[in-house]
Design a binder for this molecule. Structure first.
Ligand code: ATP
Ligand code: MG
Length: 558
């Protein structure tokens, strides 16, 4: 199922709420935040959240904070903090001076926890994790009170301070809110506020032996920063009563509200940091920036323009019900943007040698090629024609079926920007494979038109043998072969053909010599970008995306 495209781009239920709040003069300024946990690289789902939160701050009087939710030092790393900042900037958003860390609030959160204890609203529980889990009850059965629930304020304070001082081992005790073990909403059954964790934190070092839970840290961080609209994904809807409970019980400086929207799901894609981390750690991909990854780093390396991602998240809109977006929609946005912005070049993916028998040996000539068909300001470049050329293997068939209009014995075709050629002979190797074609050209067709008005049915790309360069071209297909991969057993759904390496491709000299990281169109083939694995002797190009949606057609054919 495809999420309906928002009819009025830029309008959604969250923006409607904000507009209504402004109309009622509830706020002077709208303050949002993007709150990643630095436990992995950002993916395209995050792009939706970033564009929503930062977009709102641009459209309304307001600002958007980048806040790292760094409350679990076991999983968090500086590398992720750095990559997240680079990715948000790459996507085109800026937090200005509003960079924050939940760990900046650890002292205040701790004081407030002592206040909850003092007010009889929190207690230290000595039960094991397993006991806490089993006594929490189920959706149909209430939970059971902990035997430690009625400890005195003094005992709780003493134990909590000793937890903080590092006196107890990991997991020995937790601090829990004292709400209601019979509450219909399981999140209100005495949720954990602090756990003991003797771990080094990237920012606070070894200062803390206890760390706050997400539920406890998140809303209070919002309140400290003066966030007005705390926008998160739907799985937190049932946490909202708890979010509100803390805001009501604590002397927080502002009263934020939480709103939930549907997270992005994409066909053929898994957007879970747990899965993405495993893909990297288990070596299924070459790293977080592997061009097959749905991470922003992967897409950047693959040549996806940030404008295409912004357009994509605008088109899918923001809804309140979960759905799955067809990955074809993302690909469409990438093609649209690259078609508009990228220069045209020629590359031959699987070269087949052609000798023009009636072209004088040793002679060459310069022909003019245009860089962008819709943009004359992109200019032109020269390509060298000569006796020996390469065409695409696919563009020749010795015994063609009826509708094959490209090169075959006796058939005439146009070489782009050059001449009409006709195939006069085929040379094969010992195994019977075609290794070289003998052709003739018509000198009267220079530039690609016959003075006698005769037509050809195909125009093919080509490269001169002497004035082109060997290159490696990497073709990427979907990382998963299953349109809805199983997150709990994703390895079984991996596409064994997700990477195809064409080691003997060729590209124009100018393409090989340029160090530009701008994607280009190789005519008739798709969009390609120079990869960081290039060496001086051999450039490597990644295919960002093909020209047409052949994948969807293959799937439809079954
Ligand atoms: P996981 O991928 O394991 O679910 P996470 O992506 O939720 O983890 P966070 O760093 O907490 O990790 O996410 C930061 C923000 O991005 C959160 O506000 C979260 O709601 C939002 N977000 C995460 N995934 C998506 C998604 N697929 N679509 C939209 N927003 C998302
Ligand atoms: Mg999360």
């Amino acid at each position: 199922m495809t999420e309906p495209v928002a009819t009025e781009v830029g309008r959604d239920f969250i923006r409607d709420i904000i507009q209504a709040d402004l109309d009622q003069a509830k706020y002077q300024e709208i303050v949002t935040r993007f709150p990643p946990e630095p436990n992995g690289y950002l993916h395209i789902g995050h792009a939706k959240s970033i564009a929503l939160n930062f977009g709102i701050a641009q459209e309304f009087p307001g600002r958007c904070h980048l806040r790292f939710d760094d409350t679990n030092p076991v999983k968090e790393e500086q590398e992720y903090i750095d990559s997240i900042q680079a990715d948000v900037r790459w996507l085109g958003f800026d937090w200005g001076k509003n960079l924050f860390f939940a760990s900046d609030y650890f002292d205040r959160l701790y004081e407030w926890a002592e206040k909850l204890i003092g007010d009889g609203l929190a207690y230290v529980d000595d039960q094991t994790q397993e006991e806490i889990r089993t006594s929490r009850g189920t959706l149909t059965e209430p939970g059971k009170n902990s035997p430690f629930r009625d400890r005195s304020v003094d005992e709780n304070l003493d134990l909590f301070r000793r937890m903080k001082a590092g006196e107890f081992p990991n997991g020995a005790r937790v601090l829990r809110a004292k709400i209601d073990m019979g509450a219909g909403n399981i999140n209100l059954r005495d949720p954990v506020l602090y756990r003991i964790l003797h771990a080094h934190h990237p920012r606070t070092g070894t200062k803390w032996s206890i760390y706050p839970s997400y539920d406890y840290a998140h809303g209070q961080s919002d309140a400290i920063e003066g966030i007005t609209h705390s926008i998160c994904t739907l799985e937190f809807e049932d946490h909202r009563p708890l979010y509100d409970w803390f805001i009501e019980k604590l002397p927080v400086p502002s009263k934020p509200h939480q709103y939930e929207f549907a997270r992005l799901n994409l066909t053929y894609t898994l957007l879970s940091k747990r899965v993405l981390t495993q893909l990297v750690r288990e070596g299924h991909v070459a790293g977080w920036d592997d061009p097959r990854m749905p991470t922003m780093a992967g897409m950047r390396r693959r040549g996806v323009p940030p404008a295409a991602l912004r357009e994509f998240v605008k088109r899918i809109g923001v809804a309140k019900a979960n759905s799955v977006v067809d990955v074809g929609m993302l690909e469409f946005c990438i093609r649209e943007e690259l078609n508009r912005t990228s220069q045209r070049r020629m590359g031959v993916l699987r070269p087949l040698k052609v000798v023009i028998e009636n072209y004088p040996e040793g002679q060459t000539e310069e022909l003019e090629a245009i860089n962008h068909p819709d943009d004359p300001s992109a200019g032109t470049r020269k390509i060298t024609f000569g006796r020996e050329l390469y065409i695409e293997q696919d563009d020749f068939m010795e015994n063609p079926p009826k509708k094959f209009f490209r090169l075959s014995p006796g058939n005439e075709v146009r070489l782009r920007y050059a001449y009409f050629i006709k195939c006069t002979g085929v040379i094969k190797n010992d195994s019977g494979e075609v290794v070289e074609l003998r052709c003739t050209y018509d000198p009267a067709t220079k530039g690609g038109n016959a003075p006698d008005g005769r037509k050809v049915k195909a125009t093919m790309h080509w490269l001169p043998a002497a004035n082109s360069v060997p290159a490696e071209i990497r073709i990427y297909n979907q990382l998963f072969a299953n349109p809805s991969p199983d997150a709990s057993n994703f390895a079984a759904d991996l596409n064994p053909q997700s990477l195809e390496i064409l080691a003997d491709a060729r590209v124009e000299v100018s393409v090989a010599e340029s160090n530009s990281t701008e994607p280009m169109q190789f005519e008739r083939q798709g969009y390609f970008v120079r990869d960081k694995d290039s060496t001086p002797g051999k450039p490597v190009f990644s295919r960002t995306i093909g020209l047409r949606d052949t994948f969807a057609k293959e799937v439809a054919k079954g």
